[in-house]
Design a protein around this ligand. Structure first.
Ligand code: GLU
Length: 501
């Protein structure tokens, strides 16, 4: 197990995939990498891992840039700023991966496998039926040249797989856990190059971390089971390993892995809801326990407030964050605490800066100028602007049943339908061209009239039965906050229903 020599200049990276809204988990891992680099005079690299074309969302990359910049986590090298080891977008590096796959094929560390999707499906099903974990059965590990020629003549397409040794185990050092060992029984012959010519995460990630001279891979714990595959790849190429740090995952209050059903997870949500970037960073910096907290003794002797140890700036984190102090118990993303913290930051602003913060967010010219045209033709005095648009400026609206319940549907049906609307909206881009047909299609499927369908959504979004044009309002209010409003509505109704039971 070789790891980088101490003298190698520190280089770390985050490697988000542009598959949707930037996630708070990305901000958290971004913060840790940023601190690590700044503490050691190193470089912080942003790489976009966009090789999964099925999950690719075009607007996502720009949102990742914007959210990280909003937080002040600026990168030294990346797709938009360049650098000596680019390109930094994996879709622009496919030639590099193909060359590396050829190297692995030539050295016997990888092989082509020619199963059809139907054959792979049958393999999976028979394993599941036999209560075995589904995995590739190795059927094409040792094909003869004649068999290969026959498959190719049939016109079959191949993928390239990693030849994981049948016996033994792979170990690596995790800087927070010590030695971690995986038996090869539990490591699948991972696909490295897909039939569309794109690499999988595993291959591209390892090749890039090596070529970009990454010394420390600091990422979320969910990747730890991928690491033995990566180690096998480093070994197959004959490359030194980076140091691996797998950070504890953020958790919901109930300790499950953080999820949008239980917490807003989009960084955009926090920005648009008026959280200050310093507060969010501070909160994320508390996760995992890398910052020293005052001892009980200090709290008493210095007369500190129990929460005093929780407030610190990014500069302070760079000064005193200790990676070795990180504890592996899942840190809880507690929204109530984040809100409290944001309040502390708001109160600490000078009146001028507080006003400026309002003008940059919920009273920005940009936001107001998008709201104004929605009501111009509907009001008789300017003061009515406030009556018509209050829901744009509120944190929450909670319509009573007489507002949201259509005459023809029961409460139960209505809540079930609202949950379906939420699912549809989650999967839809917020443009009128996409929103309208998606919602109408749902209405047809569930036999809800267009009127009832849109009235329900209007009630949930605005708290009222009349509003400016609904879809335009949703778009201006924004996807992240609209979805949150719907989730809160559903949660509240669920709680009320439980109370009635
Ligand atoms: N593309 C992976 C992600 O979306 C990167 C994981 C890693 O850091 O290796 O998080």
């Amino acid at each position: 197990m070789t790891t980088p020599t101490n003298s190698a200049p520190i280089r770390v990276r985050i490697a988000p995939s542009p598959t949707g809204d930037p996630h708070v988990g990305t901000a958290y891992i971004g913060l840790l990498n940023f601190i690590y680099a700044r503490q050691r005079g190193g470089q912080f690299v942003l790489r976009i891992e966009d090789t999964d074309r099925t999950r690719f969302v075009a607007s996502s990359e720009q949102m990742i840039f914007d959210s990280l910049r909003w937080l002040g986590l600026n990168w030294d090298e990346g797709p938009d700023v360049g650098g000596a080891y680019g390109p930094y977008r994996q879709s622009e590096r496919t030639e590099i991966y193909r060359e590396h796959v050829e190297m692995l094929l030539a050295s016997g560390h990888a092989y082509r496998s020619y199963e059809t999707p139907e054959e792979l499906d049958a393999m999976r099903k028979s394993q599941l039926a036999a209560k075995l974990p589904p995995r590739y059965n190795g059927a094409h590990r040792e094909l003869t040249p004649a068999q290969i020629a026959a498959f190719e003549a049939e016109g079959r397409v191949s993928v390239v797989r990693l030849k994981v040794p049948v016996e033994g185990e792979t170990s690596f050092r995790d800087e927070l856990r010590g030695t971690v060992t995986f038996s090869h029984n539990n490591v699948d012959d991972q696909v490295l190059l897909k039939s569309d010519g794109f690499p999988t995460y595993h291959l591209a990630n390892v090749v890039d971390d090596h070529l970009m001279r990454i010394t420390d891979v600091i990422r979320a714990e969910e990747w730890i089971s991928s690491t033995p595959k990566h180690v096998l790849l480093y070994n197959a190429f004959g490359w030194d390993l980076p140091r691996f740090w797998h950070m504890p995952l953020l958790r919901n209050l109930d300790k499950s892995k953080i999820s949008k059903r239980k917490n807003p997870v989009s960084v955009i949500y926090y920005r648009e809801s008026g959280y200050l970037p310093q507060a969010l960073l501070n909160f994320l910096g508390l996760m995992g326990g890398g910052m020293a907290q005052p001892t009980a003794e200090e709290i008493v002797s210095k007369g500190l407030n129990v929460k005093d140890g929780d407030i610190f700036s990014l500069a302070k984190m760079i000064e005193s964050f200790d990676f070795k102090r990180i504890s592996l118990g899942g840190p809880v993303f507690d929204l109530t605490k984040l809100k409290w913290m944001n309040g502390e930051y708001l109160r600490a602003l000078s009146p001028e800066n507080f006003f400026a913060a309002l003008r940059e967010t919920i009273f920005s010219d940009e936001y107001l100028s998008r709201i104004a045209p929605l009501v111009q033709t509907r009001i008789e005095t300017l003061a009515q602007f406030g009556d018509m648009t209050d829901f744009f400026f509120k944190d929450d609206v909670m319509p009573p049943p007489e507002v949201f319940l259509p005459k023809k549907h029961t409460l139960e049906e209505t809540l079930a339908f609202a949950a379906e609307q939420l699912t549809v909206l989650e999967a839809t881009s917020f443009t009128t061209e996409e929103l309208e047909p998606a919602l109408k299609k749902l209405g047809v499927e569930k036999e809800w009239s267009v009127k009832d369908n849109f009235m329900l959504l209007r009630a949930i979004l605005t708290g009222k039965t009349a509003s400016p044009p609904l879809l335009e309002s949703l778009i201006v209010f924004g996807k992240a906050r609209s979805l949150d409003r719907m989730r809160r509505f559903l949660d509240t109704q669920k709680k009320l229903a439980n109370q009635r039971k």
